[in-house]
Design a protein around this ligand. Structure first.
Ligand SMILES: Cc1cc2nc3c(=O)[nH]c(=O)nc-3n(C[C@H](O)[C@H](O)[C@H](O)COP(=O)(O)O)c2cc1C
Length: 216
């Protein structure tokens, strides 16, 4: 069984939370099936379509952008659907999603997963399962935390369930979750580590962030 792990984040591999998720998943897939990794971080990449059509399983990992799919990746998905329909291929390909979003609540990824479901229908692919974590930007700060422990507890369960279904070629319910840390702590850290330093870099202070309109 050939498995393609596809990162659809526009970020470089070393900065991408989607890449971290795919590494976790790969560690749970075992060595029995060949796994090929792709990173489509800009439009194009049609040279890989034939290869992807020969896969048994596609795993898409991408960040939530404006409650949906990053536009460059969506464009690739649309082009891939057209390619597959033109080629009139019958091989059954199962599609799994392992995505993340910036806000705390992973359930915000619901619409994006529905878009993938519809895409599967158009492309003649079989939607099998989606998993989505909120607070994706915390992943890069948790490199020392083993999967399944502490704040990565829910992620560990979801990745293990997804990997098992991928290996057994089974479908499953979507799993949308938040990390195992209080929302208030996540919000405090996001302000401390990200938003306030970003504001400072741009010559703004805490009050400016809370202002409803941009300063003149
Ligand atoms: C243009 C843009 C739009 C975004 N839209 C959302 C959104 O609608 N909801 C959300 O929770 N996070 C949103 N995010 C945050 C990303 O989903 C988040 O930063 C994610 O961890 C990035 O993953 P990556 O490193 O794999 O690219 C957005 C980020 C950008 C840059």
């Amino acid at each position: 069984m050939n498995i393609a792990l596809i990162n659809g984040s526009p970020r470089a591999e070393r900065k991408s939370n989607s890449a971290i998720l795919l590494r976790f998943l790969k560690s749970k897939l075992g060595n029995d099936s060949p796994v090929a990794s792709y990173h489509f971080n800009r439009p194009g990449n049609s040279e890989y379509f034939q290869e992807l059509c020969g896969m048994d399983t596609l795993v898409l990992s991408f960040p939530l952008y404006a409650d949906a799919i990053p536009s460059h990746f969506f464009q690739i998905m649309v082009e891939f659907a057209a390619y597959r329909n033109r080629a009139n291929l019958q091989q059954e390909i199962l599609v799994y999603v392992l995505m993340n979003n910036g806000f705390y609540e992973g359930r915000q990824c619901n619409t994006a997963l529905r878009i993938v479901r519809n895409w599967c229908r158009r492309a003649g692919l079989v939607y099998a399962q989606g998993a989505a974590t909120g607070a994706g930007e915390t992943l890069g700060f948790l490199k020392q935390t083993p999967l399944g422990h502490g704040p990565l507890g829910n992620l560990g369960k979801a990745v293990t369930a997804l990997a098992l279904n991928i290996i057994e070629r089974k479908k499953g319910d979507d799993i949308l979750f938040s990390p195992n840390m209080p929302r208030s702590f996540w919000q405090f850290m996001a302000n401390r580590v990200f938003w306030l330093p970003a504001a400072k870099k741009n010559g703004l202070n805490r009050k400016d962030i809370y202002r409803a309109t941009a300063p003149e």
